[in-house]
Ligand binder design. Structure first.
Ligand SMILES: Nc1nc2c(ncn2[C@@H]2O[C@H](COP(=O)(O)OP(=O)(O)OP(=O)(O)O)[C@@H](O)[C@H]2O)c(=O)[nH]1
Length: 324
């Protein structure tokens, strides 16, 4: 590991917008070493007052829907509008040493060259909880560094969407036209989380089917129970190639922000996310502390022998451990 600085040196650098120190602080936050973690927490504590002011947008969709191309177009549009943009890409299926970093860098070529953009893949952790923790901390560090829109992309095909939903203010689901079957199965759960749907690749030959899909999904969403937020998720079409619909999506996100601020939803959502986060961390730490007690694995093994043999009830074994 490179020479470590004092927490305030990282914090000052981040607040000045120093990308190198931002990247190094993110690496510390991603590290599983306790001393790195402690340093990362100290840095986070110092920059905390400068966090929370960005617009946090989650973007998801099945592989092939065009996420990277979309983010490239959408991100370039935001930068033209004067925003500074951080893109955090979560790929829970990639290996830590795998190609996700290279892949995203090459696929978001224009953005990654732009000084107003910062692209950072979140490495796959051992657990979704770990990925969420890194991403959350990375997001806060990016906010402190002055990025005012944070896009969190997930290439997951399942649970990682729930994790991202728990991190953002607006959750955008990208959909492919002509993939009607997606309505069944897992998509339904994800659709219930979405603040908006965007049908991608609405250009050339696929324009008509994208419009049809827009109608179909609008009708399908009407069958869902109301979200209770007063924001029925709109369904839009867009094309990353022609740029059609890209500006509209941003206008919609701003309208959502404004409405959420006015009716108090915004505060509530962020506060609920903080609490969920606190509870999840507490569970995780208690778990880790419990299992790392000296002699615990032998103790567990011994109890499990009795449980397998049927001479000790599982509930009784738990009680024994807790009493100890
Ligand atoms: N016609 C058309 N093609 C597109 C559009 N956006 C993306 N594509 C194509 O769709 C394919 C998939 O695009 P990617 O951006 O790599 O999509 P993805 O697989 O969701 O991306 P990742 O999940 O990030 O790997 C590529 O061949 C793109 O050129 C669009 O707006 N119009």
């Amino acid at each position: 590991m490179r020479h470590r600085l004092a927490p305030h040196q990282y914090a000052d650098g981040i607040l000045r917008g120093d990308r190198l120190l931002l990247s190094r602080a993110i690496t510390l936050a991603e590290s599983s070493r306790p001393d790195d973690q402690a340093l990362a927490q100290a840095v986070l504590t110092q920059v905390l007052p400068a966090t929370g002011r960005s617009i946090r947008v989650g973007i998801t969709g099945v592989p092939g829907v065009g996420k990277s191309t979309f983010i490239e177009a959408f991100g370039s549009y935001l930068i033209q509008q004067g925003y500074r943009l951080a893109v955090l890409a979560i790929d829970p299926t990639s290996q830590r040493s795998g190609g996700s970093l290279l892949g995203d860098k090459t696929r978001m070529e224009t953005l990654s060259m732009n000084p107003a953009a910062y692209i950072r893949p979140s490495p796959a952790g051992d657990s979704l909880g770990g990925v969420a923790q890194h991403t959350r901390e990375t997001m806060l560090l990016c906010e402190a560094a002055g990025f005012d829109v944070i896009l969190i992309e997930t290439v997951g095909v399942g649970q990682s969407e729930t994790v991202v939903h728990g991190l953002v203010d607006f959750f955008l689901l990208l959909m492919l036209a002509g993939a009607g079957d997606e309505l069944q199965g897992m998509k339904r759960g994800i659709m219930e989380l979405a603040d908006a749907l965007a049908i991608t690749k609405a250009d050339g030959d696929t324009t008509a089917s994208a419009r049809r899909a827009q109608l179909d999904y609008t009708n399908a969403l009407h069958l869902f129970p109301p979200t209770g937020t007063g924001w029925p998720p709109p369904v839009r079409t867009c094309s990353a190639l022609t740029g059609d619909g890209i500006a509209d999506l941003w206008t919609m996100i701003l309208a959502h922000q404004q409405q959420m601020h006015q009716n108090g939803e915004f505060q509530q959502r962020r506060q609920a996310q903080q609490l969920t986060w606190f509870r999840a961390l507490l569970r995780q730490r208690l778990d880790a502390r419990f299992y790392s007690q000296p002699g615990m694995s032998e103790r567990l093994a011994a109890l499990e022998v009795q449980i397998r043999a049927g001479t000790l009830l599982p509930a009784a074994a738990v009680q024994v451990l807790l009493d100890e």
